[in-house]
Design a protein around this ligand. Sequence first.
Ligand code: NAP
Ligand code: MG
Length: 400
Amino acid sequence: MSKIRMTTPLVEMDGDEMTRIIWQMIKDDLILPFVDLKTEYFDLGLRNRDLTDDQVTIDSAEATKRLGVAVKCATITPNAQRVEEYGLKRMWKSPNGTIRAMLDGTVFRAPIVVRGIEPVVRSWKRPITIARHAYGDVYKNAEVRVPGAGRAELVFTAADGSQTRELIHEFEGPGVIQGMHNLDSSITSFARSCFEYALSTKQDLWFATKDTISKTYDHRFKDVFAELYEDEYRTRFEAAGIEYFYTLIDDAVARVMKAEGGFIWACKNYDGDVMSDMLSSAFGSLAMMTSVLVSPHGYYEYEAAHGTVQRHYYKHLAGERTSTNSVATIFAWSGALRKRGELDGLDGLCGFADRLEAATIETIEAGQMTGDLARITSLPEPVTMDTEEFILAVAERLRG
Ligand code: NAP
Ligand code: MG
C-alpha cells in the first residue's frame, strides 16, 4: 500500500509526561504506517525548553508563522515544584501563553461527541464550540481595597495631557474598586478569528455580552463584531449558508440549553473561561475536547484541551498499567493533517484525517475505551483498555 502524500510539513511540537508517551504511540501506530509524514520537529519537553532557554518555544511559533499549521502535545507549565523536580534554570513561562502571544490567536474548544457518552443536556446532539477571547478584562485588571470614605474616579490622561474623568463612586465606608481595559486591536483580532473559524467549519456564530448594562465597554465589543461583519464577512457568510448573530449573554445562556448544538459561541474572556468548563463537564470529559488556536493571520495550532496527565505518567514510570485517554491528542493530529490537506489541496490527506477520527469514534462506540470513559458510558459492558491497547484497537479499525 502506498502512503498518503504530504507536500508542506506540519510544525510538530512535542511535549511532556504521559502525553509525550501517547504522542509517540499515535505517530508509530496511527500515522506513520499510513502517511508519508512530513514535520518540522520541535521538542517543547521541559528539559529541552530549559536547555534552549525557551528559545525552542519561540522557534516553534516562528515556524508556525512560516508553515501555517502546527500540532502540539501538552506541556508542563513550570511552578516552584517543577523547578525543583527538573532542576530548571528558571520558572519558564507557559508555552501556550508564549505561542498565543506570538500568533495573536483565539482558542476554539469543542467536545468530541460519541454515542455512549451522553451530554447531560438532552437536546445537545452536536458539539458546541466555545471561542474564548484571551486578552484583557478581569485577567489584566487593577484593584484597590478602599479602606473608608472617599471618592473613586476613572481618569484617562491622553498623550497631549488632557484628561477625561468619570465618577465611580462616593464611598461613605470601606469597599473595593476594580479597573479593566481592552483594546480595539485585540477585539478585532478576536472577531476576525471567530468569523474565519465559522467559515472554515461552516457553522453559525453566536456572540453575546452584557451591553445593556455595560453601555460603553461591552458595547464596543458588539460594535467591533458588527462593523467587521458588515464590512468583510456578510457576503461570505451568506454564500456559505451560515449565520452570525449577536444577543445578550442572558439570552445566549437560555438558548444554548434548548439548542441542538453545531454552532460556535464566542465569549468574552471571563465568560469563555467559565462556559468552557461548564460545557466540557456537561459533554462528559476533558479528554474528549479538541482545542485549536486560530490566528487572525490564518495560522492554526491544534492540541488537546487537557494537560500532561502527570499522575498517570508516574504510574507508567513505576511500570504500572495506565489507561490514559488519547482521543483529544489523536484529534489534534487529525485536525492538523486535515487543515494541511485543505491548504495544500490534498484530498487524500483530508480523507485520512476523516478516517482516523471515524475509526477512533467507532472504537469507543463498539465498547472499547479507556477507564475515564468506561466509568461514565451508557453502553452496556464496556471493555476498559490500557493506553496502548486503545490506540492499537483504533489502528486495527483504520487498517479496515
Ligand atoms: P491534566 O493533565 O489535564 O490532568 C488532570 C486529571 O484529569 C488527571 O489526573 C486525570 O484524572 C484526568 N485526565 C486529564 N486528561 C486525561 C486523559 N487524557 N485521560 C484520562 N484522564 C485524564 O491536568 P493537571 O494534572 O492539572 O496538569 C498536569 C500538567 O499539565 C501540569 O504541569 C500543567 O502545567 C500541564 N497542563 C498543560 C496544558 C497544555 O499544555 N495545554 C493544559 C493544562 C495543564 P485522574 O488522575 O483522576 O485519572
Ligand atoms: Mg476555567
